[in-house]
Write a protein of this length. Structure first.
Lengths: 350, 350, 350
C-alpha cells in the first residue's frame, strides 16, 4: 500500500465526518516578523507589544490573517488535495487572540455534499475550526471546494447544502479582542486620526500603493503556512499546465490587500469576521497588486463602547491602479484586472 | 475628505515642529534571524547570546543597522512621501543597546528649511530620534530631503540651515555599548585576530566577496522595516519611470556593505555613529555588490580601556570588484560603479 | 599584512590540528520559522511545542538539518574557502536536542591528509563538532574536501586516511531524542498512520511533490546559516564561471528532499545520523526538485521501546518526477536528473 497521501476524493467524504488535521504549529514572534516582511503590514496593535498592552492585550497578538492562513494550510492535505476549484468561504469568525508561543491545530467537519450532474466531481462543504493546545477555539469558517470522484460509478449521496449567512451579525464580532482601554489609543502611533464615527456607508477609499509580487515571496509565505497545494510550488508541472506558471495562493492576495488597506484604514486594526471571499482571477509573480475598499455597513457591538465594526468590501486588482474603484461592468461581470472581492468586518476604535 | 495619507509638502513643515511617527514596532529575535538571512552578517556580539553575555551585555543586542532601518522606516510616511530626493544624513549616534522584545518608536523635529530658487521644492532638515517604550533614546540622526511644494504660490519661509558636524567626536561614541569585560573577547569565535591597535590611518581593506541582490530580498527587507517608499515595491509604476525598474532602498546597500566588511573588520563589532552617508548611484536587482574600506581616523574613548573607535569610509560598488579601491577620478567625480560612500565610527576591542 | 581571511591552503593543515571556528550563533524560534518558510517542513515534533512536550521533549526542538547547516556554515571560512571540491561526508551523528535560545559553536580536528599526485592539491579530512555554550555536543561528522596548495613546492605530508564507517551502528543513534512517552504520539496530528513496523527493507516511496527553487530562497537560506562560500552569492563572478550561474548550497537540496519526504515518511520525525551523502550534480535556481526514498535497513535501538530506526536512501532529482525511482543506469552511473544520493538513519515511533 502506498504510504504517500493520496488525499480524499468526493466519495470519501460523509456528512458529519470529522477530520483532525496535521501538523500542529507553534506560532512564534519570528512568524510575525516574517509576515511583516512579506506584506509590510503596519497596524499598531499587531506590531507593538507596548501599544497592545496599553490597550489591555496581554501583548501584541499574532496577525489575524496569519492565524487564518496557518489554520487553512492544515486543511489542504485532507480537504483540497484533489480539488478542481476552491469555490468560496463564508462565515469566518475570529474567536480569541493568538499570542506568540500558542500552538494551533485544526479540525474540519463535513457539513455539505452535492455531486455535480457530470458524475465526475462534487462539492464538499466543510466547517474548519482552528484551536489552541488548551482547546480554545481561535477561528472557524466554512469553505466549499469542488473535488474529483475517484470512481464515477459510485452513487451520488443525498445532497446537503448548508445554510450560510450572507454576513455575520454584529453580536458575533469581537471575541478575539479583549475589552479595550480605548482612552489609551494613540492616533499618532496608530497612524490615522479616523475612528469609527468618521466612516460612512458607501464611502470608497483608494489605498493608492501598489506591491509587485515575486515567486520567492509567495512561496516563502505559503510554506510558512505549511500549505502544500501543488500549484503554488512546482514550475515543472505548472509550466505544462493551463497558465504555464505557478499560481499564487489566494490568501497571499488577501494579506497584500489588507496590508495596502492600512493607507486609509489605519485604525481598523482587527479583522473580526470574513463574510465572504471570491478570488475573481489568478495572480502570478511579476504582477503588481493594488486595492480599494468600500464601507458596506457599520455596526456597534452589543455591550461594547470601545470599538465599532466596519463592514468592508476590499477589492484587489493586478496591474491596475484603483483611483476609479474598478469592480464590475454594466452586465455585472468583474472588469479586467480585478482579482479579489472580499467582504469582511473590521473593528476600529470608537 | 480623503482618508489616505497624502504626506506632508514643503509648506506643511515649520521650524521646531515635532512629528510623532507611526507604527511602534516590537523587535524580536525573529527580526534578527531574518536580518541575518538577508545579509549574512557574522559579527559575534549580535549573533551570540553567550558571546555577548561573556562581555557584559544582557544578551545579544539587535544589529545596529536593523535598529536604524526600523527607525528610518517610521519617518518615511511623514517626512519623505513627497520627496524628490533623499539628500543626505549626518550626525547619527547610537545611544543604547536594543534587545529582543524592545519596542521602538520614532519622533522627528524640523530643524531646517530652505526653499529652492525654483519655488517648487524645498529642503527639509529633520532630527529623528528612535526611542524605546520606556523613553530610552536609542538612536538619533539628521537627514535632509528635497520635498515638493503643494502650492508654488505659498511664500518661502526664512531659510534655516542647521549646523551639522563633519564627524562626531570621540566622546559622543559608545553609549550603546556597556563597559565590556574585554578579557573575555575570544578572537577565534569573533573570527579575527586584529584589534584596535592593528589598524592604521590610511589603511585600505578590500572586503573581497560579492553579493548579488534579488527583488524578493530587498522587498522583504524594506517591508521588514515597514518602510513604505513607493519606488521600492511597485514595478507597475516604476516600469514606466526613470529607470524602468524598482529602486533598492539605500539602507539595503549599507547593510550589505557592512556585512561584507566582516572580511577584514571582523572585530569592529558595533557602529557607534554614522558621520555622513551618500548614495552615489542607484542599485537594482541583479546587480552584485562589493565593498572596500579605508581607515580615516582612530580614537580612544574618554574613560574607556575596553574599546577604541575606527573612523571608516566604506565604499560599495556594483558589478565592480574592489581590489583597486575604486572611488573618484582625477576630477573628483565618483567613478563608474561606486554606489555608496559611507563615513562612520565603529568600535573594536583594544 | 592583509586583514581579510585568505583561508587555509593544503599545506596549512596538520594531522591533529584543532580549529575553533567563528561565529557563535544563538538559534531562536525565528530561525525555525524561517526554516519552515524556506522548505515547508511539516514534521510535528519540530513544529509544535505542545506535540513535543506531550512526548517528553522540553519543547519543540530545532530542526536537525538547521542545526547541521549552522554548524557546517561555521567551518567554511577555515576549511573550504580554497576548496576545489567538497568530496563527501560521513559518520554524522546528532547528539543532543537543540532548543530555541541555545548558542551553537563549532570546532574541527584534522583527521586525514593526502596530497594528490599532481602536487597542486590535496584532500583534507576533518571531524567537525557542533556544541552548545555549556559544552554539550550536538553534532559531529567527518567531511573531506579537495583543497589547493598555496605553493606546489612544499613537500607532501605522510598520507593519513581515516577509517570511516559505511553506516553508523544502531547503538550510536538516538542521543538527540529523550526517552519518549510514545503512547502520546497522535497519528492524526503527525499526519501519518505508519509506524516503524510498517516499513520494509527494499520498500520504495515516491514523495510525489515538486518544489521549484528561486535565487532569493537559496541565498536567504545559506546566509541564515552564515555560510560564506562564494559560489552561492556572486553572480558577477559565477556568470563568468563554469556554469554561468550561482550554484545552490548542497545542504539546501538535502533540506528540500527531507521536507518533500514528509509525504510518505511523516512519522520519521528525526534524523539520527547521516551515513553518507553525495551531491551527484549541481542545482540551479529555476530547477524543480523531486525526491524518492528506499528503506535500506531497519533497526531497533538498544534499551528503547519507544522508537525504531529506518536506514533510508533519499534520492533527489531536478526537473524529473520520481514515479520510476530514478537512480543509476546499467553501468552504475547516476542517470540524468539525479542530484543527491543521501544515506541516513531516521527515527520513527514503534
Amino acid at each position: 500500500m502506498t504510504k504517500t497521501n493520496p488525499g480524499n476524493y468526493f466519495e470519501d467524504f460523509q456528512i458529519g465526518q470529522v477530520i483532525r488535521h496535521a501538523t500542529p504549529r507553534t506560532i512564534a514572534a519570528g512568524d510575525q516578523a516574517l509576515y511583516t516582511a512579506l506584506y509590510g503590514t503596519r497596524f499598531a496593535v499587531q506590531s507593538s507589544d507596548a501599544f497592545a498592552r496599553d490597550l489591555n492585550y496581554a501583548h501584541a497578538p499574532i496577525d489575524d490573517l496569519l492565524v487564518f492562513h496557518v489554520v487553512f494550510g492544515k486543511t489542504v492535505p485532507d480537504i483540497s488535495l484533489n480539488a478542481v476549484a476552491n469555490l468560496g468561504y463564508a462565515g469566518c469568525r475570529f474567536l480569541a487572540p493568538v499570542y506568540p508561543r500558542d500552538t494551533l491545530s485544526a479540525v474540519s467537519e463535513v457539513v455539505g455534499l452535492k455531486e455535480n450532474s457530470n458524475g465526475k466531481t462534487g462539492v464538499v462543504y466543510v466547517r474548519s475550526t482552528g484551536y489552541k493546545s488548551d482547546g480554545t477555539e481561535v477561528l472557524d469558517y466554512v469553505r466549499w471546494v469542488m473535488v474529483r470522484k475517484r470512481d464515477a460509478g459510485v452513487p451520488a449521496p443525498d445532497p446537503v447544502i448548508p445554510e450560510l449567512p450572507k454576513a455575520l451579525a454584529a453580536d458575533a464580532l469581537g471575541d478575539a479582542v479583549p475589552l479595550l482601554d480605548i482612552e489609551a489609543w494613540d492616533d499618532d502611533l496608530s497612524g490615522s486620526p479616523h475612528h469609527f464615527e468618521a466612516y460612512e456607508v458607501g464611502e470608497k477609499i483608494d489605498h493608492v500603493d501598489g506591491m509587485t509580487v515575486e515567486e520567492a515571496e509567495h512561496q516563502l509565505a505559503t510554506r510558512l503556512y505549511q500549505n502544500t497545494a501543488k500549484v503554488h510550488f512546482n514550475q515543472y508541472s505548472e509550466g505544462k499546465g493551463r497558465f504555464g506558471k505557478r499560481l499564487i495562493y489566494g490568501g497571499h492576495v488577501i494579506s497584500l490587500a489588507r496590508a495596502l488597506s492600512f493607507n486609509g484604514l489605519g485604525n481598523a486594526f482587527h479583522i473580526a469576521a470574513i463574510n465572504a471571499g471570491r478570488h475573481v482571477a489568478p495572480l502570478f509573480a511579476g504582477d503588481t497588486v493594488f486595492a480599494w475598499s468600500e464601507v458596506l455597513d457599520t455596526a456597534t457591538l452589543p455591550g461594547r463602547e470601545d470599538v465599532g465594526a466596519l463592514r468592508l468590501r476590499t477589492v484587489a486588482t493586478k496591474d491596475r491602479p484603483c483611483t476609479d474603484f474598478p469592480l464590475k461592468d454594466s452586465e455585472g461581470n468583474y472588469v479586467e484586472g480585478v482579482i479579489l472581492d472580499l467582504d469582511y468586518w473590521a473593528l476600529i476604535p470608537r
